[in-house]
Write a protein that binds this ligand. Structure first.
Ligand SMILES: [Zn+2]
Ligand SMILES: [Zn+2]
Length: 273
């Protein structure tokens, strides 16, 4: 039997704590269990090195995002080695092989109409002279009335668009941003609704209740197409004309890591992925 285990990618903007290890340890236990049984195991993970929290942290410390990700990636590797984690490969999302693979996949999706261009309204800070990616915006959650980030409310878990927040503020300078029109690239997630419903039905027996409930919630709300481009300086360049000044949204970058790292492992070990 061939067993694939994807360990969640720790985010390289702060040190690991015991909660990370508690969440990651079961993957290592399962990998060791199947190896002991003589099965073929591929156990991959890496550091998630892109996205706004890293840019925000770098800005705060007045150093480059690369310095932040190097610091935490090296710290993670050291911790996993000391703890005896048995990853077959542990890499990072700013690895050149990963970047090239992500760009190739985005090109394929675009050429097949699964990524398309859409004009959207987005918040722009006139004082900072830049469009604000969602985590660069803060305001009041329309559902629970607590302070929330532009992408999600951590108190009530509602997925948000920054435009839904009340009393919006730029997280960099604190002033009120204005609404402007801009073009972004979107992944046609809605096209996969039927397929994902069938997949969920078939998986009910094997998934944990938590995973089933979350998936059901998204399907019942109706799947929304999701932006894959962002106005950031830190991340993977978008390989599509007209989007040279934007970066790949970290959700698609990081999740593709399981595939790209498997391919890299196969190349390095003369195996087939
Ligand atoms: Zn809320
Ligand atoms: Zn600002």
């Amino acid at each position: 039997m061939k067993i694939f285990i994807g360990g969640a990618w720790p985010y390289a903007n702060g040190s690991l704590h015991i909660g990370h290890i508690a969440a990651l340890l079961p993957g290592d236990v399962i990998a060791r269990y199947f190896r002991a049984k003589g099965e073929e195991v591929l156990y991959v993970s890496g550091s998630d090195c892109h996205g706004t929290p890293i840019s925000i942290r770098a800005r705060k410390e007045n150093i480059s995002p690369k310095e932040i990700t190097d610091r935490y990636h090296n710290e993670f590797k050291y911790c996993f080695d000391k703890l005896g984690f048995s990853y077959d490969i542990y890499s990072r999302t700013d690895d050149e092989y990963h970047k090239k693979e992500v760009q190739d996949i985005i090109t394929i999706l675009y050429n097949n109409g699964l990524i398309y261009e859409k004009e959207v309204e987005q918040l722009f800070c006139e004082k900072c002279n830049q469009f604000l990616a969602d985590r660069f915006v803060e305001g009041i959650c329309p559902v629970c009335k607590n302070i929330a980030r532009g992408d999600q409310c951590d108190i009530c878990s509602t997925i948000l668009d920054p435009l839904e927040l009340v009393g919006r503020k730029c997280k960099i300078c604190g002033s009120e941003p204005v609404v402007k029109k801009i073009k972004q690239l979107f992944f046609r997630l809605s096209k996969f609704e039927k397929e994902l419903e069938i997949h969920l039905e078939q998986s009910r027996k094997n998934w944990r209740i938590n995973a089933i409930n979350n998936s059901e919630r998204y399907l019942n709300e109706g799947l929304r197409d999701k932006a894959i481009s962002r106005d950031l300086l830190w991340g993977i360049d978008i390989p599509i004309k007209g989007y040279e000044d934007k970066k790949v949204y970290v959700w698609i970058d990081a999740v593709l890591g399981y595939l790209t790292l498997s391919k890299k492992w196969a190349l390095d070990n003369n195996e087939s992925w």
